[in-house]
Design a protein around this ligand. Structure first.
Ligand code: FAD
Length: 385
């Protein structure tokens, strides 16, 4: 059999690409070397939003399309099946913190010019929305009512089930090892743990392992040092389920207590803090993760005092590796100087997966780059143009 497309990597990006490929009538097989959603997708804060992305209009719009995609899927399959928690997000600001307050006000102004659903709320409304939070008496917030919290592994496994239902193949414990192509760069398939597979197109969605998989699949080691993407680890802590309605939506703490917390669809609270990620970059021993985990809990309890009684030994600590393109925005499109060879490597992949999946499927199906993907081509980086 000759497939239209082989997708390599069963994280949320590969799963959503394969889903849209199958929906557009392409014969598709998704290969995952382990199990679905075992990579970064398993250790993500998983806040689906475009509210925090205001510096680049095209990137904002792609995230907004991703968020809209989640809303459409939720309407089709239901929040419970997909592991989606609605309720939106609140990013806190304190008027006495002049720089932080101005920065969030500027973000709100940018979102207004983008016509994105977000609005500024006063202390009274903040208290009404989240009565259990502790914050300064004059705190205000940017409210993103459409933002979602996701159980990303559950979502990915559900979509993998839909791929199978629609007639696509999902092969777990099946690593891709060698790309098969003609001398002039036309893809003909690949070799994987199950043997040779023939295909017209191969799409690489291996997240933080993109450089290593490109090097391994093509035999060109230059990808290891020359691919324009870094890897940035982050620590997340999840508690056991807490009282219902203790927290109703994602909260981004003000700069005086930098921490973000969200209610997981499974009932616990997930906690992260960007400025603490550096503390685990070089030392991911259990001892160090526990030490930083205690600091996360401490900050989270200042924001949500009911967490003060949570014991670290009842919590789960997870390290996720962000795939971070050099300029911070996604890489999605065709490999230069090839035919039938595509890749996606991105941060914010939870939010973006429904949009990137749909657009990449359209691109592979028609052979045309959709306008929305044009700013994200790999060609924008030196050495790939
Ligand atoms: C701490 C942290 C917080 C984050 N917070 C958010 C957030 O709030 N919102 C948001 O939108 N994004 C967030 N992200 C980013 C988001 O989680 C990622 O962008 C997304 O999960 C990436 O998905 P992926 O499918 O590209 O990669 P992965 O989930 O890593 O999937 C890649 C898969 O490829 C497989 N693979 C690799 N090589 C091969 C091979 N040769 N053959 C077969 N399979 C292979 C791997 O096993 C893996 O399962 C966060 C990330 C981190 C680390």
């Amino acid at each position: 059999m000759k497939y239209d497309v082989i997708v390599v990597g069963g994280g949320i990006i590969g799963v959503m690409c394969a889903y849209w490929l199958v929906k557009s009538g392409q014969t598709t097989v998704l290969l995952e070397r382990g199990e679905i959603a075992q990579g970064t997708t398993a250790n993500s804060f998983a806040w689906a939003n475009a509210t925090s992305k205001t510096t680049d209009r095209a990137y904002h719009d792609l995230n907004a399309m991703g968020l809209a995609g989640f809303h459409a899927l939720r309407d089709e399959f239901g929040a419970q099946a997909l592991g989606i928690k609605s309720g939106g997000s609140l990013q806190l600001a304190e008027p006495t913190d002049t720089a932080g307050y101005k920065s969030l006000r500027d973000q709100a102004a940018a979102l207004a010019t983008f016509n994105h659903p977000a609005r500024w709320i006063n202390t009274q409304e903040l208290r009404a929305l989240e009565p259990n939070l502790a914050h300064k008496p004059d705190a205000q917030a940017l409210f993103g009512p459409d933002d979602l919290c996701l159980d990303a592994p559950r979502f990915s496994r559900f979509i993998a089930g839909q791929i199978r239902k629609l007639g696509g193949e999902v092969r777990e414990h099946c690593a891709a090892t060698t790309l098969l192509a003609t001398d002039d760069g036309v893809v003909t398939g690949l070799t994987c743990d199950a043997g040779d597979l023939q295909a017209q197109n191969v799409l690489i969605t291996t997240g933080p392992d993109t450089a290593a998989s490109l090097a391994g699949l093509t035999g060109y080691d230059g990808f290891m040092s020359g691919f324009p993407m870094g890897k940035v680890p982050g620590l997340l802590l999840s508690t056991l389920p807490v009282a219902p309605n203790l927290l109703n939506r994602l909260i981004y703490g003000a700069p005086s207590n930098e921490v973000h917390i969200l209610p997981e669809p499974s009932g616990g609270i997930k906690i992260g803090a960007d400025d603490m990620d550096g503390m685990i970059t070089d030392d991911q021993t259990d001892k160090n993760l526990r030490r930083v985990g205690l600091l996360l809990l401490e900050r989270a309890a200042k924001l949500l005092p009911a967490l003060a009684d949570i014991k670290i030994d009842t919590c789960t600590l997870g390290v996720g590796i962000r795939a971070y393109p050099q300029d911070g925005i996604s890489i999605a499109g065709q490999m230069p100087a090839s035919k039938g060879f595509y890749l996606v490597a991105t941060h914010s992949g939870i939010t973006l997966a429904p949009a990137i999946g749909q657009l990449m499927a359209g691109m592979i199906h028609t052979g045309q780059t959709p306008d929305r993907l044009k700013p994200f081509a790999l060609e924008r980086f030196a050495g790939f143009s």
